[in-house]
Design a protein around this ligand. Structure first.
Ligand code: NAD
Length: 350
């Protein structure tokens, strides 16, 4: 069987990472028919938009995409392409596995946790009102002196619908992947309505999994401390969008950095697989950055399309190359380039 997959190389270091990842994937024995479409700052110069229509059309047609990182241009009026893709395709679950591979420099020996981040709501919804705008002034007038005059305002929407489906996703993931515990993370002692609703809804969902998966709650500030002290105590974490974003990077730091932190954005109809990291533009064209995060994202893609055996072989090859420390990139303490570590992984696959 040949899998037709949308391939978005991205910008900055995205295209060079993507080229290596495709070479690695073509050596797994799985057959791919890539439909390459471009998004990001390079195509913006040509087409006037960083997200041309054919990108979303291609993902809607093929259902699955593998994506390189894309820069969010600051001050151009364009919101993040990454956020736009997630919203347009309702990719509500952001999956970020954080696992220590032998050979990676870390203060811990055994971290193996999964972050499940809600991807469509919260402060990421993009509902913001500028200082002195009519909307901001209206809200300030209704806020009974709780908001200082001339403030800019961001809105934080959290719904029972959005929370229910992300928490259910986390429990289902835990069941399917032999995980034991789901921890819901929020700050409901302060944000009683939004984060309060998150906990209230999560508790209801947790009841459906009683006796199968255990459930607990942590306040996000306490969670940060716990993660840097005893990450081995955690299994699956489920969080609203912004806390999920921040804790994803924190956990990437626990397991060796952004170069080894994969990710997936999954909805009921479509899925887009991409590393946690951004386009690292300062390293563009230098054959320097680590492709492992995107390779491990591709491993998640293989699992998603049902190629579990190929996914396992790919992860094993990556783990061996990291453990041997002969062909690792700068972030893992070596001096191999993007292509060289890719080739070392291909050699292990052969
Ligand atoms: P970044 O992740 O691009 O880079 C931060 C630093 O992390 C880099 O300078 C580098 O030192 C290190 N790093 C990142 N990826 C690495 C890799 N594969 N190997 C080795 N080291 C790596 O973060 P940033 O500089 O904040 O963002 C750059 C751009 O990327 C911004 O425009 C941002 O909006 C965008 N971004 C995109 C995505 C995405 O496409 N999903 C995610 C995050 C950020």
């Amino acid at each position: 069987m040949t899998y037709k997959i949308t391939l978005i190389p991205g910008d900055g270091t995205g295209p060079e990472i993507t080229e290596t990842v495709v070479n690695v994937l073509e050596n797994t024995g799985v057959k791919f028919d890539w439909e390459i479409v471009n998004a990001g700052i390079d195509i913006m110069q040509k087409e006037g938009t960083p997200l041309p229509d054919n990108v979303l059309q291609s993902i809607k047609k093929n259902k699955i995409a593998l994506k390189g990182p894309i820069t969010t241009p600051i001050g151009t009026g364009f919101r993040s392409v990454n956020v736009a893709i997630r919203k347009e395709l309702d990719l509500y679950a952001c999956l970020r596995p954080c696992k220590i591979y032998k050979g990676v420099k870390s203060k811990f020996d055994a971290v193996d946790l999964i972050i499940v981040r809600e991807n469509t709501e919260d402060l990421y919804a993009g509902v913001e009102f500028a200082q002195d705008s009519h909307e901001a002034d209206t809200i300030i007038a209704h806020a009974q002196n709780k908001i200082r005059p001339h403030s800019a305002i961001s809105i934080k929407p959290i719904s029972a619908f959005g929370t229910e489906r992300i928490v259910r996703y986390a429990f289902e993931y835990a069941l399917k992947n032999n995980r034991k515990k789901v921890t819901a993370v929020a700050k409901a002692n302060i944000m009683k309505y939004t984060d309060g609703l998150f906990y209230e809804t999560a508790r209801k969902v947790a009841k459906d999994y009683e006796n199968k998966i255990s459930y607990e709650e942590r306040l996000v500030d306490n969670m940060c401390m716990q993660l840097v002290q005893k990450p081995q105590d955690y299994d699956v974490l489920v969080l609203p969008n912004l806390y999920g974003d921040i804790l994803s990077d924190l956990c990437a730091g626990l397991v060796g950095g952004l170069g080894v932190a994969p990710g997936a954005n999954i909805g009921d109809n479509y899925a887009v697989f991409e590393a946690s990291h951004g386009s690292a533009p300062k390293y563009k064209g230098l054959n320097k950055v680590n492709p492992v995060a995107m390779i491990l994202s591709a491993k998640l893609m293989l699992e998603h399309i049902g190629e579990k055996e190929a996914a396992q072989r790919l992860e094993k090859a990556v783990a061996e190359v990291i453990a041997q420390q002969k062909h690792t990139t700068y972030d893992l303490g070596g001096n191999a380039g993007t292509k060289e570590i890719g080739q070392a992984i291909i050699d292990k696959l052969k």
